[in-house]
Design a protein around this ligand. Structure first.
Ligand SMILES: [Zn+2]
Length: 112
């Protein structure tokens, strides 16, 4: 419907979902991953940003929201909530937030 990616487009999010780091992201940026969802922090905004940007995406490639199945909305929301709760529980110290947040997410995952 609204697709415009070139046929040879190499999606950087899909690369990360396949455990392939890129010039933008490394595997250490991943804070949550299961069979349907991947969440990672944006490393390019991290060093000078006291906050954080977390990207939560489906493992399966969808070019845009028009292609995203309705059922994935709930899955993405649940993963986003898990990450948000873990980040909220982590102390907000910019230099340590990433490491602690990742640890907190893993702790929440183990409980889940
Ligand atoms: Zn993709």
């Amino acid at each position: 419907m609204y697709n415009h990616a070139p046929a040879d487009y190499c999606c950087p999010f899909c690369l990360l979902a396949q455990n392939t780091p890129s010039s933008w992201t490394t595997l250490d940026d991943i804070v949550l991953k299961d069979e349907q969802v991947l969440a990672f922090v944006s490393p390019t905004s991290w060093p000078n940003n006291p906050g954080h940007v977390v990207v939560v995406i489906p493992i399966q490639h969808f070019e845009n929201i028009y292609d995203l199945p309705v059922e994935m909305g709930g899955v993405l929301h649940a993963a986003t909530r898990t990450v948000a709760l873990a980040f909220k529980a982590a102390p907000v110290q910019p230099a340590q937030l990433l490491e602690r947040s990742m640890s907190a997410v893993r702790t929440v995952e183990k409980r889940g």
